[in-house]
Design a protein around this ligand. Structure first.
Ligand SMILES: Cc1ncc(COP(=O)(O)O)c(C=O)c1O
Ligand SMILES: N[C@@H](CCCC[NH3+])C(=O)O
Length: 419
């Protein structure tokens, strides 16, 4: 992570000391590096160069408008899962015609919005969804381009909560029903079949589950072709993992090249391949900056209570996820001790790191690492806590890409009764 360096004991993001960001914008604050975001995108782009392949950034991972604007300027399309996400793409200057619309529960209103903006494709996940989309397209006097999301029943070998390609998951059309579902799609007058899609899970650190899933998808493509249903694109989904702790996921370019080579070797190199990465584009490009409120040593546990909490970063509470935690300014005047780093929220599940060896004192700043993906976007206002600010560092410049919420914003839409 060359964009994060320690100079004279202080952690820097590109050229900016994190302590300066805290002094100017307060804490808790998410900080992203433009250079790191760009490098991750370019790593995918390098594999796609000279091939029929493109990147649809899965914007659920981090949908800040400036992040979307940056990826759009680099040429990305987007993978959306709501009408709200489409409106974000438009607000950020992205092109809806480069978007695929995923998700198991698209409303008629969301479909209408996406059709009006001519999204590239709907990734459809069930027969009732095909019928609804056909009806909505008819009502708008349009045709909808569709791809079916196949559930290939492949074990992605990741956390059960973020595995999506197994029989028991709600996602995709069951493998055994896929051909019949394509036949239904082909019979509906306002749909055009353009592709096939699969997404087997998230934080995947091996290539083999992808190759297994692709083999099953290509089996479907070939069977459809034999019936005269031709597909132009294969969407291999997202899910590539990052290093939070000691994971060793494949390098992005190697990963994407391996998948493209595999598809070409199976005789499908003429089809366009779509990648839908989220975490691997943004996860290691961001940190959550927080300040120590109190140290509370005890007989059973030592608690380091910080001003960020589970409402700011839900991943540890939700998945027992590990995030590295490091002091922003190194201390030599305090011995390192083992601490549980916890937030102020009234839940025992409100922890950010357990059993961390830290030399820390009240008032110190800590950086919670690898927080660029599924960080701010999953934050909430639980305990009436305003959501954090977001800062994009670009060289030696700090851009406030989202101002910290104010408490008054949180209840602005609420109304008192007339008693
Ligand atoms: C359909 C789809 N595509 C892409 C992604 C992005 O996944 P990741 O952030 O793991 O790359 C997700 C989220 O898991 C998803 O549901
Ligand atoms: N939110 C999850 C990943 C889910 C991906 C979306 N399907 C995480 O924080 O790791």
């Amino acid at each position: 992570m060359s964009f994060i360096t320690r100079r004279d004991g202080t952690l820097h993001f590109e050229q900016v000391p994190l302590s300066e960001i805290a002094a100017r914008f307060g804490t808790p604050t998410y900080v992203y590096s433009r250079a790191a975001l760009t490098a991750a995108y370019q790593a995918y782009a390098a594999a796609c160069t000279g091939r029929r392949a493109r990147v649809q950034y899965a914007m659920k991972a981090n949908s800040n408008l400036a992040v979307l604007q940056l990826f759009a300027s680099l040429g990305a399309g987007f993978d959306l899962v709501s009408g709200g996400e489409l409106q974000r793409v438009i607000a950020a200057g992205g092109d809806p015609r480069k978007c695929v619309f995923s998700g198991v529960g698209k409303s008629a209103e969301e479909m209408r919005l996406a059709l009006t903006h001519d999204v590239m494709c709907f990734n459809v996940e069930s027969i009732p969804e095909l019928h609804r989309l056909n009806d909505v397209a008819a009502g708008c006097g349009r045709r909808a381009r569709v791809s079916l999301r196949v559930n290939p029943d492949v074990d992605a070998k990741t956390h059960p909560y973020i595995s999506t390609g197994l029989k028991g998951n709600k996602f995709g059309v069951a493998f055994d029903d896929v051909l019949e579902t394509y036949r239904t799609a082909a019979s509906l007058p306002h749909l055009d079949i353009t592709g096939i899609d699969c997404h087997i899970g998230s934080q995947i650190t091996e290539v083999s589950p992808y190759l297994d899933a692709i083999d099953k998808v290509l089996e479907v493509v070939e069977a459809l072709e034999a019936e005269g249903i031709m597909l132009q694109h294969i969407d291999v989904g997202g899910g590539l993992g990052i290093t939070y702790d000691d994971e060793t996921p494949p390098d992005i370019t190697v990963f994407a090249t391996t998948l493209l080579d595999h598809i070409a070797a199976r005789g499908h190199g003429h089809r366009e391949v779509l990648f839908e990465p989220g975490r691997s584009l943004v996860g290691n490009a961001g940190v959550l900056l927080t300040r120590v409120e109190f140290l509370k040593p005890g007989a059973a546990k030592n608690f380091c209570i910080v001003d960020a909490a589970m409402n700011d970063l839900a991943r540890p509470a939700m998945y027992e996820a590990y995030h590295g935690i490091t002091p922003v300014v190194e201390r030599r005047d305090t011995p390192a001790t083992v601490w549980d780093v916890v937030g102020p929220v009234c839940e025992s599940g409100d922890w950010l790191g357990r059993d961390r060896m830290l030399a820390v004192r009240e008032g110190d700043l800590l950086a919670i690492l690898s927080a660029g993906a599924y960080g701010f976007v999953m934050s909430s206002n639980y305990n009436t806590r305003p959501r954090a600010a977001e800062i994009m560092v670009d060289g030696s410049t700090m851009h406030e890409v989202r101002a910290r919420e104010r408490v008054a914003d949180l209840f602005a839409g609420e109304r008192l009764l007339t008693l």
